[in-house]
Ligand binder design. Structure first.
Ligand code: ADP
Length: 460
């Protein structure tokens, strides 16, 4: 599927850029060719003006002068004196030249000659362009020069071939450059769109893995529930005894609870993915909040004979803005993990540190305040190679796979909550063994004192 999208995007991207490139090239070519043609015609007109002026100034026109003019300007000049061709014009002419000159004169007469040149008393010359029957383009000039007893008429032709060649080679150059550019554009689009699709492909892969892992996690409790109900209803031919029914019902209830927890976790993450869960900042006292969490997990730690301590700053922290519910949820996840992954007789320390890093004393408003919540345990610890993986969805280390209570979603939720509160979370080793989770959160001072805290605690 991604390959198809990749090809389509490549064609779309390269197609649009190619279209723009061609439009720009053609516009440039058109403007440049028009300029070239105009310049060429203007230079022809200038040369003609000089030639006619020289012609009028000279009393004696020699063949040598005319030949020089012809070869210097790449013209062909034919002259008639009182309608009789001069000897110069009669020199070795080929048939093609004669026909072309005839056509140029006819073209002039049919397009420009509004009054008979004989009626004009002053000399004049008209420049124009025409295409001969040999499909050759020319700039032509008809000049009329009267004198006392008669008139001289000149027909000057200049082939446009060199200009056409220049235009042609310019077009070929542009075509070659554009073709190379289009190839490069296709190559670039191919690799660019491939790079562009990598994150989408990865996120789709992640989603597929998530769905597979979630289905796997849900299948186990569902299978237990089905087999228990089957046993109660006697589906396999043997109905459970009334005293067994109670055990089966308890199992169904606890597996149902497990499924509910997992579904709640997944819903939370899906809300986080769609940016649908919101943060509700309210005035809170972080030390009171930590104390509440400590009290909630005291009994759980005592069950495993774990030494559970709390360390708060010496002076009470001022109230700050935070989302009480999310913070409680975050601390609960870390404490639940600490208790779960710390063997009996271990120790857990929940601590709060408050730091102020102000650039100057007068710069109070721009100070970067933060507070850090740390959960340090002396438990099984996390190997370095697993430290980055534990925040992935459904990731569980081999040691924790046997625990039914854990799905491998707790730390992803903790990370989502921390990020939503604009903080950061990371794990490091506890000196002497175990792991320490550190959550650093921004401190935004609140003027008003917080509302009385709700003491209820839950995993999620
Ligand atoms: P789970 O619900 O399995 O605990 P988490 O996302 O909270 O899922 O944790 C992911 C994995 O990280 C756990 O399976 C465990 O291997 C490891 N882990 C988390 N907290 C601790 C801890 N305090 N000590 C050791 N390992 C831990």
């Amino acid at each position: 599927m991604f390959r198809k999208v990749h090809y389509r995007l490549t064609f779309l991207c390269a197609g649009i850029t190619t279209f723009l490139l061609f439009t720009m090239s053609l516009t440039y070519l058109y403007v440049s060719e028009q300029g070239l043609k105009q310049n060429h015609f203007l230079s022809f007109q200038r040369d003609i003006a000089t030639l006619i002026a020289n012609f009028e100034r000279q009393t004696l026109i020699t063949h040598t002068w005319l030949s020089q003019m012809e070869s210097f300007n790449a013209f062909t000049i034919s002259i008639t004196d009182n309608g009789i061709p001069l000897l110069f014009s009669e020199r070795a002419q080929d048939e093609k030249r004669k026909i072309t000159e005839q056509e140029a004169l006819e073209y002039y007469r049919s397009h420009y000659s509004v009054t008979s040149p004989d009626a004009a008393r002053k000399s004049f010359h008209t420049e124009y362009s025409f295409t001969s029957s040999y499909k050759e383009d020319y700039y032509a000039c008809y000049a009329y020069i009267p004198y006392e007893n008669g008139k001289t008429e000149l027909l000057i032709l200049s082939p446009v071939l060199p200009l056409n060649r220049q235009i042609h080679s310019q077009r070929i150059r542009f075509a070659a450059i554009d073709t190379a550019a289009v190839c490069l554009l296709f190559l670039f689009s191919f690799f660019f769109t491939k790079k562009l699709l990598i994150p989408i492909e990865n996120s789709r892969l992640e989603q597929t893995r998530f769905v597979a892992a979630a289905s796997h996690e849900l299948r186990t409790p569902l299978a237990v529930i089905l087999s228990c109900t089957g046993a109660i209803q006697g589906h396999n031919g043997k109905k459970a005894l009334p005293e067994e029914e109670e055990t089966f019902l308890n199992t169904i209830y606890s597996e149902g609870q497990r499924m509910k927890r997992l579904i709640d976790d997944m819903l939370f993450l899906s809300q986080a993915d769609s940016h649908a869960f919101s943060v509700h900042p309210e005035p809170i006292e972080p030390d009171t909040l930590l104390l509440n969490s400590y009290e909630a997990f005291e009994a759980m730690a005592a069950e495993k004979n774990i030494s559970f301590r709390i360390s708060l700053p010496d002076s009470p922290m001022p109230p700050c803005l935070g989302d009480r519910e999310r913070l409680q949820q975050l601390i609960a996840i870390l404490l639940h993990n600490a208790v779960s992954y710390t063997p009996e007789n271990g120790s857990i320390l929940l601590s709060l540190a408050y730091g102020k890093s102000r650039k100057t004393d007068s710069d109070v408003r721009r100070c970067h305040d933060s507070y850090t919540i740390a959960v340090a345990d002396s438990g099984i610890g996390i190997p370095d190679e697993e430290k980055a993986k534990i925040f992935r969805r459904f990731y569980r280390s081999d040691q924790s796979r046997s625990t039914k209570e854990h799905f491998g979603l707790g730390l992803c939720i903790a990370e989502e909550i921390t990020h939503s509160l604009k903080g950061s979370i990371h794990v490091e080793d506890t000196p002497g063994g175990g792991s320490t989770f550190l959550v650093r959160l921004p401190f935004k001072e609140s003027g008003t004192p917080p509302a009385p805290a709700n003491h209820t605690q839950s995993r999620i």
